[in-house]
Ligand binder design. Sequence first.
Ligand code: VAH
Length: 314
Amino acid sequence: MKKILVTGAFGLVGTDLVEALQKQYGRENVICLGHSVVHEGFDGILVKGSVTDKEGLAKIIDDHQIDTVFHLAGILSGGSEKNPQLAWEVNYLSLKHVLDLAIDRKFKIFWPSSIAAFGTTTPKHNTPQHTVLEPTTMYGVNKVSGELLCQYYNLKYGVDVRSVRYPGLLGYKAAPGAGTTEYAIQIFYDAIKTKHFECFLKEGTSLPMMYMEDAIKGTIDLMNADSRNLTVRTSYNFAAFSFAPEELVAEIKKLVPGFTCEYKPDFHQAIADSWPTKIDDSQARKDWGWKHTYGLHEMAIDMFKNIKIKIQKA
Ligand code: VAH
């Protein structure tokens, strides 16, 4: 990777990924495409534009001689249910633009799928790499459609597009977006500020999760893996640990004595109920050496420490 474009550069994943790529490949070699949110004091190469504008994307890719695109721009599960039409355009059509541009320009692509690609008919425990994908959310439909499009462009045009099904990702550098697993990020801010949290999921709602440090390392490792070892061109199952809200609450209570949580399920509960509780990611571990390092306890300590610093600095 020499000249990298990151779309969604200021989102939850993008913020951490840009920092890691700048460190590894040089600030001048990471082009960051922002749409609405741009971080104050951002130190890097910023280009403004929309991923729904194919010609605009082509110009950025050509002007900067891009050889790798991390196409992260997207609307998460909760936001996609609120605006399904826009979700289709941003989450799916923009991916087709990037894939189309890669046919002749031969740049590599990373695109994030999600555990949202699974649905209520998918085996919920130890969900296999190859299984039933009948999601009941627009976000999930976008992800399944996108996975199949990636595989088609790889088979038909030889586009080197690689993908993982992100679980719920926990990071502190960017604010949590309109997702379902993002409750597990917001809870730290509320615990530190008010010692209380209202959780929009009920107890017992166990979901696959991953600390952002592991997600970023795994994403970059996949992009640097030998293409000949990759046996999955839809999207790799990608996992670390699972927890239910009350398990995270118990970890936070160790850090914030007197912390309380009230469970008030809303529309996010149906979304979470359609997702698996635990993922089998053995294919990723076999094909490109994926392994996670953070568990629930280590994640909670690091998130708490860094969000506390962030709040004190604000
Ligand atoms: C969401 N955090 O909740 C995202 C993610 C697995 C869930 O895709 O929408």
